[in-house]
Ligand binder design. Structure first.
Ligand code: PLP
Length: 232
């Protein structure tokens, strides 16, 4: 079992590196986030043994429990699922990065609570909905710039970049335009100074399409199944 996870981690790393090199990028620019949702703490520990220390969870409660159980084994935890208002304090206390800011209301609440709970500003990403699917979370592209302008006024937030969850499409070439669009949005925002000195992270790409995302400029890929195996 241990072996299996270590082999998968190595394989994902290799695929990221070859996609990066083929696109003329330095593989070190890409942060691999192991998405551990539904998986056990012992599986998370195996991933740590394989040399990875960055994890993603989509539910606040599950993440909080896992982070507490990991104890002294310090990792970096990203919240990648929708954040409900009544869970903001828990999220701010447990997670290192919140990738799913998608409204001004939420941004201001996270800002206020981060000011109460933390010493340093909290790194956040804005989740942009490029598919225009009403059911999905994420702010519509047309409203993203205004939100980002407002987030830059929040003293307890540090805007690191943008993330997106494209529609699930079997053919990854159909997903590519979403990745490309997010990069264009990031480039435009960066020109306008939205990421105060930072590169403007692009969080995009999951198990079935992370190589395409890397080709299109992803600096963070969120990979669950290809590392942990199927979710039960
Ligand atoms: C579950 C999840 C992932 C990982 O999905 P896999 O297909 O298992 O790699 C990535 N991003 C988000 C937002 C998720 O919820």
């Amino acid at each position: 079992m241990t072996n299996e996870i270590a082999i998968r981690v190595a394989a994902v790393r290799e695929r990221i590196a070859s996609a990066a090199l083929a696109a003329g990028r330095d593989p070190k620019e890409i942060k691999l986030i192991a998405v551990s949702k539904t998986h056990t703490v012992s599986a998370v520990r195996e991933v740590v043994e394989a040399g990875l220390r960055v994890f993603g969870e989509n539910k606040v409660q599950e993440g909080e429990n896992k982070i507490a159980e990991m104890g002294m084994l310090r990792c970096e935890w990203h919240l990648i699922g929708h954040l409900q208002k009544n869970k903001v304090r828990k999220a701010v206390r447990s997670f290192d990065v919140i990738q799913t800011i998608d409204s001004l209301d939420l941004a201001q609440r996270v800002d206020r609570i981060a000011g109460e709970e933390r010493q340093a500003p909290l790194p956040v990403l804005v989740q942009i909905d490029l598919a225009g699917e009403e059911t999905k979370s994420g702010i519509p592209e047309s409203e993203a710039e205004e939100l980002i302008y407002e987030i830059n006024k929040c003293r307890n937030l540090r805007l690191d970049g943008v993330m997106t969850i494209p529609p699930f499409l079997e053919d990854v070439e159909m997903v590519r335009p979403y990745f490309r669009r997010l990069r264009e949005i990031r480039d435009d925002l960066k020109t306008k100074g939205a990421f105060s000195g930072g590169i403007g992270d692009l969080s995009m790409g999951m198990s079935h399409d992370f190589e395409t995302a890397v080709e299109e400029g992803a600096t963070m890929v969120r990979v669950g199944t290809a590392i942990f195996g199927r979710r039960g």
